[in-house]
Design a protein around this ligand. Structure first.
Ligand SMILES: [Zn+2]
Ligand SMILES: [Zn+2]
Length: 243
């Protein structure tokens, strides 16, 4: 056993159990409870069709929302549906200083979305407004992006995309409110870093996708090759809302 295993014993992210295989993130029972985001889903935003409103359009590969109005990003993917098992470690990283979880989430992303991760040139975390960053002391998305960058040996840019409006928390808001809440919330400090590159935007949880859309909207002005998004979990209709 190496020293890291004594200081940070390998525990299940869901229940804290130590009955867990080396190099695994969850015990078999929690792993079984996770809801994996699998096809069939929207080719663009990744919304699984079972959670769509059922208003299928002629273009079956897109969900109703994307069919009406395509997001500014090319593709968004999430690993899991936002359910109780995954909610615990996500909130723990966000609010309770369990920053070591960021590395575990990055490992899961690199393993479960290998093709998407390999295709990118630059990783960009969704930034927090500076006031919120001072309150929280760290940005959970930036921590995940940092570890993902280390694993994939890809650069991470923390500075060029900035959030200049301090938006309200996205939890408990309707789709419409979420959209207006983040509208024009981002700005680019630097454009040249994004030009002709495949960008991977990282966030912890995707809800309606309006945050990712708004960030992608400004990055698009810098003429990147493509904009992809990756989050740990997606809050979908009928699953727990993001708190
Ligand atoms: Zn467990
Ligand atoms: Zn969609």
């Amino acid at each position: 056993m190496n020293i890291a295993n004594i200081i940070f014993p390998n525990r299940c992210l869901g229940c804290g159990s130590m009955e867990i295989e080396q190099d695994r993130e969850f015990c078999p029972s929690c792993w079984g409870e996770l809801i994996f985001l699998k096809e069939p889903y929207c080719a663009c935003c990744g919304l699984p069709f079972i959670f769509d409103d059922g208003l299928y359009s002629s273009n079956e590969s897109l969900c109703d929302h994307c069919n009406k109005s395509l997001p500014a990003y090319d593709k968004a993917r999430c690993l899991f549906v936002y359910s109780d098992v995954i909610k615990k470690p996500i909130l723990s990283l966000k609010h309770y200083d369990n920053t070591q979880y960021a590395k575990t989430f990055a490992k899961l992303m690199a393993r479960m979305q290998t093709d998407l991760c390999q295709a990118v040139d630059l990783i960009v975390p969704i930034p927090l407004h500076w006031k919120r960053l001072i309150l929280r002391q760290y940005n959970q998305a930036a921590l995940i992006a940092k570890h993902l960058g280390n694993i994939l040996e890809k650069p991470v840019d923390y500075k060029s995309l900035i959030r200049f409006t301090n938006t309200k928390s996205q939890g408990h808001q309707s789709r419409k409110n979420r959209q207006t809440n983040v509208e024009n919330a981002f700005q680019l400090k630097e454009q040249v870093v994004f030009k002709d590159k495949n960008i991977l935007l990282i966030d912890d949880v995707m809800t309606t996708g309006s945050t990712l859309h708004e960030a992608a909207k400004v990055i698009k002005l810098a003429k990147p090759k493509g904009i992809y998004c990756l989050s740990i979990a997606r809050s979908v209709l009928g699953s727990d809302s993001y708190r």
